[in-house]
Design a protein around this ligand. Sequence first.
Ligand SMILES: Nc1ncnc2c1ncn2[C@@H]1O[C@H](COP(=O)(O)OP(=O)(O)O)[C@@H](O)[C@H]1O
Ligand SMILES: [Mg+2]
Length: 244
Amino acid sequence: MIVTFLGTKGGTGTTTLAVNTAADIRRQTGRPTLVVDLKAGCGDVAVFLGLRPRFTLLDLIDQLPWMDRALVPRYVAEHECGLHVLAAADEFGRPAPKDAESIEQTLRCLSTIYDFVIVDAGSTLNACTAAGLHQADVVLLVANPDVPCLRNLQRLTDAVRIAGVVSERLRIVLNRAADHGVLPVAQIEKVLGRTIDFAVTSDYRTVATAVNTGVPVSGLRPSDLQSQLDALARTLVSTQMAAS
Ligand SMILES: Nc1ncnc2c1ncn2[C@@H]1O[C@H](COP(=O)(O)OP(=O)(O)O)[C@@H](O)[C@H]1O
Ligand SMILES: [Mg+2]
């Protein structure tokens, strides 16, 4: 199963949710699980997990068209929780539009090796992130409860649909849903004309501890945030089980 997280704006928590959901899926299932960082230049999935990978997504896609499944383990880093990571490129200009087809091919190959492939697509819709959308069984749009995100959410839900993601594959996650001064969920749903699928509370202390120690939220002390991420991961796992 491929699950792609796409932010409606930088800083909405796309990487936080992608990394922690992936780690939680791994914890819940014990199944082979990989998180892939599509960001060019300064993707931080590996950093969130305290890893220093030797190879990146680019090293792997540059093996195409001769890429062999047997090569994949060489290019991924492993966190102590068992989650595998395909780190972001360290070139600022790549992955570039010319890499989009290679990314699609790579994701297809990875999904034959891993039960769960979680893609952090960042917050830009381009040829490469569209590759992550095309291959996804589920696309999660990540928004914060504020006016800019709401506006982008309306535009992105249309753009994502035009890019071929049918509404049954699309879910909306409202991150930092319980901050002060935010738009109420009911108001957001009314403007969007659809329901919010998951709401995740604001808890900077927990996410900052996770990032600064390289321990996913599922490995920290129990919190509301942890239970909500657990529920998100559980829903994705049951979607995969229902499909297989
Ligand atoms: N639920 C949350 N509660 C509090 N802070 C959060 C939450 N989710 C993310 N953050 C913080 O927001 C900032 C941006 O998160 P990040 O995952 O890097 O966003 P993005 O990948 O969308 O740019 C980080 O400082 C992160 O710790
Ligand atoms: Mg990010």
